[in-house]
Structures are given as structure tokens and as C-alpha cells.
Write a protein that binds this ligand. Structure first.
Ligand code: SF4
Length: 459
């Protein structure tokens, strides 16, 4: 057989491998038959390093076949882009940046480095609908039924364009890494593409789309993929709910056409794991014996969540899904607006209220409730779920700006644990008892604050 390797063909093979047990079995039992049945353009043995972990581990790392190396390069390119989105989504406003950095540090210590790696902490998400027509059993945001759409009318066009300009003004150039769906199916909105085109024109980037209904209107989906490619979009996503849908997608879209479209295979047979969030956490649905991961989240915004239908804006950041925050994100605050001017005002209010760069004198200081403090000889250590913070030897992962060493830090650790004093009161306490300059105590407190180790936001 003439073997044809493209990234798209390899990707398609691996999608089947992870979602279709019958495919796996046939590859093991009779690869030639699998080639014919599934129209494979190459022999599976040629890319064995990609689907057989044991084989990959035993293989000579210097002898990697070209198709395997090309696919690995492709995956690395996607990971590099994801990391770039996270690193470059910093704001030009120092208050937003300090807050976002604290949230990132908190997330690392709560979720671990590996899980945190998949969170981009995007600057904003906008919902252009209220609710969702799909009703997935696993919906991590427990999206309600679709009840309203934000159509591209003359009036809405004006407010939408204004909204994008305001987000750019408030956040800075990296506002372009926002996107236009959340607890919504973007293609429920017939005008979605017009909103995206404005997004591209005003913010200079074509935002990513995830749709669970790629087959609802195949021409429309195809045009959206093309529109994204023409405007230098990067990756799009189809959420696939059954093997029948997977087959239909394969029938209508070529492997190469879907090179930059990730198929998130959520069919019953796939080995995908789910965060214990939303509908799964609520236990209202049969989880179909799926792997459910505790201490996780699918939220990826540390910034603003807007809904254009009810004109609301929330300040949100990811967290482990729990009974307090069942959708896997903390809601710091929520406000409403009726026009652009009001939106600008409420965004400023959210920043002013919730994003101090340093601790105020009157701010009560207490460690996050998931931390355990332990007194050490020259200070204290904090035991986090993932890395451990030690005041004398800050964890390198935290990229600590300075070593905090002070014989009286043990007392500071105790006071912060008790949590009944303000920053100003602590400074005064150390000044009176130990003759420590208030600036020094504030420096210690602010360093701890900047690592995201203190309680902030809603209870
Ligand atoms: S997962 Fe997405 S498509 Fe499914 S119900 Fe939730 S919002 Fe809708």
C-alpha cells in the first residue's frame, strides 16, 4: 500500500484509538482488516510509538519515525500556543496583573502544576445567549435551557463593538485572548460569526470556538472553520457525544480539514475523564460509569464573564469545584450595565474593589482556609496541597522575589493563622513588642499576599 501520512490522518487515527474500543481491538487482532474497514492511509505499526505507551518507552528515542516526530511537533506547537495565551494574557493594568498572578499561584497550589498547565486564565468570556440548547449530562456549568439570544441588531451591534473597545481599554491589548461562549452553545446564536468578525476587527484576534453541534448545519460549521483559518485563528473544538456523531463528522469533514479542530470525544465508550463539577457534582445525572476527577475544574478565565442578554458582568477565577463554587470558579462580584458607559464604570469598580496590589492597613489578614501553618525555627511553613511554602526557604516554583527571614516570623505566622487582626494592627503589634519597623512587617505581609496565600474575595 502507498502510505499517506498527514497530521490530520494521524490525528484521526488517535481520536478513534481513544474513543472506540472496537477499533482498538481490530488493530490488535487484524491490522490489515482495520486498514480496509476504517480507510486508513498508513499501516498502524508505522506510528506505534503514538498509541502503544510500553512500546514507546522501550524504543530508542533517537530512532523516531518521521510521522511520529511530525505529530509530536504538532502537539508541542499546540501546547506552546496555550502557554503563550496564559503568559501573554497579562494586563496593562498593574492591579489586574497582581490579582491575576495571585489567582494563578492559588490555583497552582490547589490544583497542582500539571492540571494548572491546561488553564490559560483568559481575560474574559462573553455569553451571547442565555442558556444552552444542548443539555449535556456532564455540563460542568450546569447550563440552564436556552431562553434568549443576543441578536446582531443595529442597537446590539453598537453595544457589542463598544464592549470590545472597553474591554481592550480596561484590560489592554491582551484582551484579544478572550472568547465568546461559556455556559452556552455558541452556534445557538444565528449571528455568532458576525460577533466574531467584529471581535477580530477590533481586538485583532480570531477567538476560539467550542461547539457541541458541529452537524446541526454542516455548511455553517465548515464556513466557520474557514473563517477562523482566513483570520489566523488557531484551534477550534467539536464536542462529540456519540460514535454515530463521530462517524458523521468523519463523513462530512476530511482529516486534513479538521487538522486544527480538536475532537473532544465525550461518547460513552471513550476513556475521557470529567471534572466533578456542575451537573456531575450535583449528582442529578447518571455519570455513565465515567472517570470523575475530584479536586478539578474546567474553568479557564481569571477576569470578566459577561452575558450580553441580561447585561451582567461577573469577576471570576477558577477553583476546585465544591459545594460553595459548584461550577469550578469563584464569583468575586456581579454587576449590571445598560450601556457602554456603565460597563466601563462597573469594570473599574470591580477592579478598584477587588484587585488591590498590596494590603490596605484596614484589611484583615488570614491564611487561606486550605493551608496549614507550622511554626519553624526561623519562621513558619505553610503546607499546601501541592508545593509547600516555607518563609525561610520559599519554594522555587513560586519564583519568590526574596527570602523572608526574621526571628519573629513565627509570631507573624501565628497571628495570620488566628486571622483576627488587620495588617495595620499587626504592624503596630510588631513595632511595639519587637521594635520592627511597620514597613518591614508590611513587606513580609505583602510578599505572602502576592503569593496568593491569604484569604481574599468572597467568603
Ligand atoms: S457542556 Fe456546553 S454544550 Fe453542553 S450543556 Fe453545557 S454549555 Fe451546553
Amino acid at each position: 500500500m502507498t502510505q499517506i501520512f498527514t497530521i490530520g490522518q494521524t490525528k484521526r487515527f488517535l481520536e478513534r484509538w481513544t474513543s472506540e474500543p472496537a477499533f482498538k481491538e481490530l488493530i490488535a487482532k487484524n491490522p490489515e482488516q482495520a486498514i480496509t474497514k476504517y480507510n486508513l492511509t498508513f499501516h498502524p505499526e508505522e506510528i506505534r510509538m503514538l498509541w502503544d505507551r510500553g512500546y514507546a518507552l522501550e524504543s530508542d528515542p533517537e530512532q523516531v519515525p518521521d510521522p511520529v516526530q511530525q505529530y509530536r511537533d504538532f502537539i508541542h506547537e499546540k501546547f506552546a500556543h496555550r502557554d503563550l495565551l496564559r503568559d501573554q494574557s497579562a494586563s496593562s493594568d498593574s492591579r489586574i496583573n497582581a490579582w491575576r498572578k495571585r489567582q494563578m499561584m492559588r490555583c497552582i497550589s490547589q490544583l497542582g502544576v500539571a492540571k494548572h498547565g491546561s488553564i490559560v486564565h483568559a481575560p474574559f468570556a462573553v455569553e451571547l445567549n442565555q442558556g444552552c440548547s444542548v443539555g449535556c449530562w456532564f455540563c460542568a456549568y450546569s447550563a440552564p435551557k436556552l431562553s434568549a439570544l443576543y441578536r446582531y441588531t443595529k442597537e446590539n451591534e453598537k453595544l457589542w463593538q463598544e464592549t470590545l473597545r472597553i474591554l481592550r481599554d480596561v484590560w489592554g491589548e491582551s484582551a484579544k485572548y478572550g472568547f465568546c461562549y461559556w455556559a452556552t452553545e455558541p452556534l445557538d446564536n444565528p449571528d455568532y460569526e458576525q460577533f466574531l468578525s467584529d471581535f477580530h476587527k477590533i481586538l485583532g484576534y480570531f477567538p476560539q470556538t467550542t461547539t457541541a453541534v458541529p452537524l446541526r448545519d454542516i455548511d455553517r460549521t465548515r464556513k466557520l472553520i474557514k473563517l477562523s483559518q482566513q483570520n489566523n485563528g488557531f484551534v477550534e473544538r467539536f464536542s462529540i457525544h456519540s460514535l454515530e456523531i463521530l462517524e458523521e463528522v468523519y463523513r462530512h469533514f476530511s482529516a486534513d480539514e479538521l487538522k486544527w479542530v480538536e475532537l473532544v470525544t465525550q461518547n460513552e465508550e471513550s476513556d475521557m475523564a470529567y471534572a466533578n463539577s456542575g451537573k456531575i457534582l450535583a449528582g442529578t445525572n447518571d455519570n455513565k460509569n465515567k472517570i470523575v476527577v475530584n479536586d478539578s475544574t474546567i474553568a479557564c478565565v481569571s477576569g470578566f464573564l459577561l452575558n450580553m442578554v441580561d447585561k451582567s458582568v461577573q469577576l471570576i477565577t477558577p477553583c476546585i469545584s465544591n459545594n460553595r463554587w459548584p461550577k469550578g470558579y469563584i464569583i468575586y462580584d456581579e454587576k449590571h450595565f445598560t450601556n457602554g458607559e456603565e460597563l466601563r464604570e462597573v469594570l473599574e469598580q470591580l477592579i478598584d474593589t477587588h484587585m488591590p496590589t498590596t494590603l490596605g492597613r484596614d484589611q484583615r489578614v488570614q491564611f487561606r482556609s486550605d493551608l496549614r501553618m507550622q511554626i519553624e525555627e526561623n519562621g513558619f511553613s505553610l503546607h499546601l496541597k501541592h508545593p509547600t511554602y516555607n518563609s525561610a526557604q520559599p519554594h522555587p516554583f513560586y519564583n519568590s522575589p526574596s527570602r523572608i527571614m526574621h526571628p519573629k516570623l513565627s509570631d507573624l505566622g501565628t497571628l495570620i493563622t488566628l486571622g483576627n487582626m488587620t495588617a495595620g494592627e499587626m504592624a503596630l503589634f510588631f513595632e511595639e513588642k519587637e521594635c520592627i519597623a511597620p514597613a518591614e512587617t508590611f513587606h513580609c505581609l505583602n510578599t505572602i499576599f502576592s503569593f496568593g496565600l491569604l484569604k481574599e474575595g468572597p467568603e
